[in-house]
Design a protein around this ligand. Structure first.
Ligand SMILES: Nc1nc2c(ncn2[C@@H]2O[C@H](COP(=O)(O)OP(=O)(O)OP(=O)(O)O)[C@@H](O)[C@H]2O)c(=O)[nH]1
Ligand SMILES: [Mg+2]
Ligand SMILES: [Zn+2]
Length: 310
């Protein structure tokens, strides 16, 4: 029996596709690893593999992660962290100029998840062929926070060289709503790759959730890209309400100027963040996003409250 290491490309049902020096392997998870709480094996994990003579492979260990992108698991009950991808360097939040129309509230959530995980984020505005003018609103909203907005089009092949430069040599997770073109972008950068792409339904203007599971694509010239399923809603799991203000980088310089040290920037008097929004020094709509997410992360779910006997 031989032992080797590899990088998890994707989970397919109960098995994993693992990239090793000797090629791609399908591997099952060693029984005792299945029950370790919250430590699901995900794309990007570096794993130890036991290879049997008959070609069967078993994941017998998971190396410590240097970073993980996690979000709140969907569904009822107590919020749990759901890792999406491991060992990533940056998050690219993909939006579309049109079809589906940009949802800034949701983009802000993805950005908060990146900040809360300590990962730098860049915004890619895809489908720029459908509305060239859409970029300006993104730049206005996100430049003060230090986020770059990169316009791309898979259809007319625009901005793809800049995107390639951004991804080269790094481990990147692409996130964003369904139907914005995440898989199309990864395909466009990888001739020969054929990730499934979907239509955007005419009726709802939303994507069809074509990508079902996170999938890692090794990048020519180093690094890799993780394509993830689009979500209709991104839960901001585990963000400490007291740290939420700092997840909006353009708020940071005002945070220590509020009258109260523990200001939540909701309705407290002499709040420097709200004053900055009133004076147009921060985008008032970003403050609305902050306040919505604050409500979400500060209210324990009913079941977790009950659990603590409240
Ligand atoms: N006009 C235009 N259409 C695009 C562009 N990029 C992707 N599309 C179309 O948008 C639709 C959705 O693309 P996908 O790549 O499946 O989107 P996705 O973000 O991976 O969606 P999920 O996997 O559901 O999260 C497809 O019909 C693509 O052909 C673009 O730059 N311009
Ligand atoms: Mg997809
Ligand atoms: Zn305040």
């Amino acid at each position: 029996m031989a032992v080797t290491t590899g990088v998890v490309l994707a989970r397919t049902g109960s098995t994993y596709r693992v990239h090793t020096e000797g090629g791609e392997r399908i591997a099952a998870l060693r029984g005792k690893l299945k029950h370790q709480s919250g430590e699901r094996v995900v794309a990007g994990d570096v794993v130890e593999l036991e290879l049997q003579a008959d070609g069967a492979a078993t994941i017998c260990g998971v190396r410590p992660r240097r970073s993980v992108l996690a979000r709140r698991a969907a569904g009822e009950g107590r919020p749990r962290p759901q890792p999406i991808a491991a060992n990533v360097d940056q998050v690219v939040v993909v939006a579309a100029a049109r079809d589906p129309a940009p949802n800034f509230r949701m983009i802000d959530r993805f950005l908060v998840i990146a900040e809360a995980n300590g990962l730098p984020a860049v915004i890619v505005l895809n489908k720029i062929d459908l509305d060239r003018a859409a970029l300006e609103a993104f730049q206005q909203r996100y430049s003060p926070a230090g986020y770059q907005s990169l316009a791309t089009s898979v259809k007319v092949r625009d901005g793809l060289a800049a995107l390639r430069d951004l991804l080269r040599g790094r481990a990147t997770v692409l996130t964003g709503p369904s139907g914005v073109g995440k898989s199309s972008l990864v395909n466009a950068l990888h001739p020969g790759l054929d990730l499934r792409i979907g239509e955007v339904t005419e009726r709802w203007g939303t994507g069809k959730h074509t990508t079902r599971a996170a999938q890692l694509v090794p990048f020519v010239g180093g690094g890799y890209v993780v394509d993830t399923p689009g979500l209709q809603a991104a839960g901001t799991w585990g963000v400490d309400p007291d740290a939420l203000g700092a997840c909006f980088p353009e708020f940071r310089r005002f945070l220590d100027q509020c009258r109260f040290d523990n200001c939540r920037h909701l309705s407290e008097p002499q709040c420097a963040v709200r004053q900055a929004a009133e004076q147009g020094k921060v985008d008032p709509d970003r403050l609305v996003s902050y306040q919505r997410i604050y409500e979400e992360v500060s209210v324990p779910s009913w079941s977790s409250g009950r659990r603590r006997g409240r």
